[in-house]
Design a protein around this ligand. Structure first.
Ligand SMILES: [Fe+2]
Ligand SMILES: [Fe+2]
Length: 187
């Protein structure tokens, strides 16, 4: 970032970089979690989950990239040894469930991860409000994405149970839940 760009940041940049680093590592971890779960999930539920989670994985990787770019602008360094990801992340590592056919359980686990991301971005947004408009713009966008992810996953579980009660729709290849119009409009 140029000298003027740094000058207008009216807070402790090193503290901000610490929080952005935690967010960045959380995103890398979340990307890996969605990506890996998409690969190992089994059964027809697992097939459905794979399609959903592949899309989520790419969105989370995009978040990591945007955070890395902002860290560089602020004079930070996004290069982190993978062995240090979990310890430095601002959210939990979510491993795929041992029961690879437990689609509902794996979605529920990811909802907890999204909730952690929402809390982390909400805290950063409050910290930079009025002090660093560029970072605020970034984290407000990320926060909106994570709110959408949580809502989408909750609807996915609710839709799946609705489909189960409604009969064999899913076995015919139907999708119990669709990505919400609100989410689609952001893309
Ligand atoms: Fe994210
Ligand atoms: Fe997310």
């Amino acid at each position: 970032m140029g000298a003027t760009g740094r000058e207008i940041v009216d807070l402790d940049v090193s503290a901000l970089l610490t929080d952005l680093r935690r967010a960045y590592l959380m995103e890398l971890q979340t990307f890996y979690s969605y990506w890996l779960t998409a690969i190992v999930a089994e059964g027809w539920h697992g097939h459905e989950l794979a399609e959903e989670f592949k899309k989520e994985a790419l969105e989370e990787l995009g978040h990591a990239e945007r955070l890395a770019t902002r860290m560089l602008e602020l004079g930070g360094d996004p290069v982190v040894d993978p062995g240090d990801w979990a310890a430095g992340a601002g959210g939990p590592w979510t491993a795929p469930r041992r029961d690879r056919s437990d689609a509902d359980g794996m979605v529920t686990d990811q909802i907890r991860g999204e909730a952690a991301a929402i809390r982390h971005y909400s805290a950063i947004a409050k910290m930079v409000l009025g002090k660093d408009p560029v970072t605020y713009h970034l984290v407000a966008g990320l926060l909106a994405d994570e709110v959408g992810h949580e809502e989408h996953l909750e609807n996915l579980v609710a839709g799946r149970h609705g489909a189960t009660r409604g009969g064999q729709r899913a076995k015919r290849g139907g999708r119990p839940a669709k990505r919400g119009a609100k989410r689609a409009s952001r893309r």
